[in-house]
Ligand binder design. Structure first.
Ligand SMILES: Cc1cc2nc3c(=O)[nH]c(=O)nc-3n(C[C@H](O)[C@H](O)[C@H](O)COP(=O)(O)OP(=O)(O)OC[C@H]3O[C@@H](n4cnc5c(N)ncnc54)[C@H](O)[C@@H]3O)c2cc1C
Length: 425
């Protein structure tokens, strides 16, 4: 069914940054081709840039602003820690987006959005104007949630929750650790990027220890009392890494209160827990540029129109991926890619009048527990007036046979190849 224009797509809505849309001033579309600017070249931003450029067949001018020259995917970064992938194999460039799709890829860091003038400011002083803007910067961290933790100490106590140099530091630390050492990991409270991710990380580090440092231990100081795919992970740890993993829920420790970098310890509500390698994943919020642009509400995340991913706070701006409040959709690369495709359709509709349909969203998260043994959880979603709502879902079962788990692992590797081609071309 051809979907009707929403009020928002006509720019009738007022921006939360206090800018009434009627005062936005800028014409709906400047002379020449309409211009889409995308901030962030991750699974959300790179996908939407590619889909708008590809499907508009050059009718829309697309610029992608990305801080880094290459993108290392967070997905499969745990597999790099486990020794299943090389760093190069999870790192992707933007060349094809430029050469095959005509996208202008600008390496730069966006520091502000002027909703009235419809421009994005970059740290280098440039200004880029847009007719429609997509903000897809992923997450940023609330380091101050834990006394003693800050960006400055992450070369010693990593977060490794934005893949790249941080993941390499963590891998080097694990490799340098003596057999019999203790790896402490502190997963964040909800909501956060990739709900099963910390527990897949535990599995991958356990696999590495089992191969190379079998006397070592893993202690998980969780900020929660339950976690994604819990039964499946705990069964996997008992089966494959017997006695190696100790998971401490919030109700036992009271959670992390302070990080002692010199003493290599976490102070919790109760005990102090020492580690030889410590990985603290702090509480999270939308990427800083989304907050600077006035796109986030008091939760620290960005509300959106479930049909189009348009911001409900600032006109002509869309938020996709981890920064958005996508209700029941988890913050995942799969979700970001799925949202990007629906949002691409809405933006082409708004800029060129092409057809738009009610969006369908999907997500599946695979987690490798040991070689040839993966589990998955997934769901389908539809847009409703209130939210992106789950329509059905599935999850692996405990006690599944080895052949099924191996098939699931094979799916995960196939998915990685498929989705990275879909994102980066
Ligand atoms: C360990 C781990 C494992 C995971 N495993 C899975 C998995 O198996 N499956 C899955 O689906 N998901 C997984 N995820 C989650 C997934 O990686 C994220 O949900 C996904 O990357 C979100 O995409 P995004 O585009 O919103 O943000 P990002 O991937 O963070 O991309 C944002 C991009 O924007 C850029 N940027 C940010 N701010 C600016 C700025 N101001 N100016 C210019 N550029 C900027 C960044 O450099 C970055 O390239 C995992 C995450 C982690 C940490």
């Amino acid at each position: 069914m051809n979907r009707k224009f929403t009020r928002r797509e006509f720019g009738i809505m007022a921006g939360a940054a206090g800018v009434a849309a009627s005062s936005l001033g800028a014409p709906a579309i400047a002379q020449g081709k309409p211009r889409l600017v995308v901030i962030g070249g991750g699974p959300g931003g790179a996908t939407i840039a590619r889909y708008v450029a590809k499907d508009s067949k050059g009718a829309i001018d697309v610029t992608l602003i990305e801080a880094n020259a290459v993108h290392t995917t967070c997905f499969f970064s745990n597999l790099y820690l486990g020794g299943f992938r090389t760093f190069d194999s999870i790192t992707h460039g933007y060349n094809k987006l430029a050469s095959d799709y005509g996208i202008t890829v600008m390496k730069g860091f966006a520091i502000g959005v002027d909703a009235a003038k419809r421009t994005v400011s970059l740290a280098g002083g440039e200004k880029v104007s847009y007719d429609k803007l997509v903000v897809a910067p992923g997450i940023d961290f609330m380091f101050d949630a834990y006394e003693g933790y800050s960006e400055a100490v992450t070369s010693t106590i990593t977060h490794a929750w934005k893949a790249g140099p941080q993941t390499q530091v963590l891998k080097r630390q694990l490799e340098a650790m003596d057999d019999g050492g203790v790896f402490v990991i502190a997963p964040p409270p909800n909501p956060f990027r990739c709900p099963p991710g910390p527990y897949e990380r535990i599995s991958m580090v356990a696999h590495y220890f089992k191969q190379h440092k079998p006397k070592s231990k893993i202690i998980c100081v969780d900020a929660k009392d339950k976690f994604s795919k819990q039964g499946l992970f705990q069964e996997g740890w008992d089966t494959h890494y017997d006695g190696m993993v100790e998971w401490l829920p919030l109700k036992i420790t009271g959670g992390v209160k302070a990080v002692d970098v010199k003493g290599m310890a976490l102070h919790t509500g109760g005990d102090t827990i020492k580690g030889d390698v410590i990985n603290v994943i702090p509480p999270q919020k939308a990427g800083n540029i989304a907050l600077a642009a006035g796109l986030a509400n008091e939760s620290g995340w960005c509300p959106i129109d479930p049909f189009t991913m348009a911001s409900t706070r600032v006109a002509h701006v869309y938020v996709i991926g981890d920064s958005s409040i996508a209700a029941q959709m988890p913050k995942s690369g799969f979700s970001a890619n799925s949202q990007a495709k629906s949002c691409a359709m809405a933006i082409r509709h708004a800029l060129t009048g092409s057809k738009a349909f009610d969006p369908r969203y999907g997500n599946t998260c695979w987690s490798l527990i040991s070689p040839d043994n993966a589990v998955k959880v997934g769901a389908s979603y539809k847009a409703t007036a209130e939210k992106i709502a789950k329509t059905d879902g599935f999850i692996s079962k405990t006690g599944e046979d080895e052949a099924l788990r191996a098939t699931t692992a094979g799916e995960a590797f196939g998915w990685y190849d498929g989705i990275t081609a879909d994102i980066f071309g």
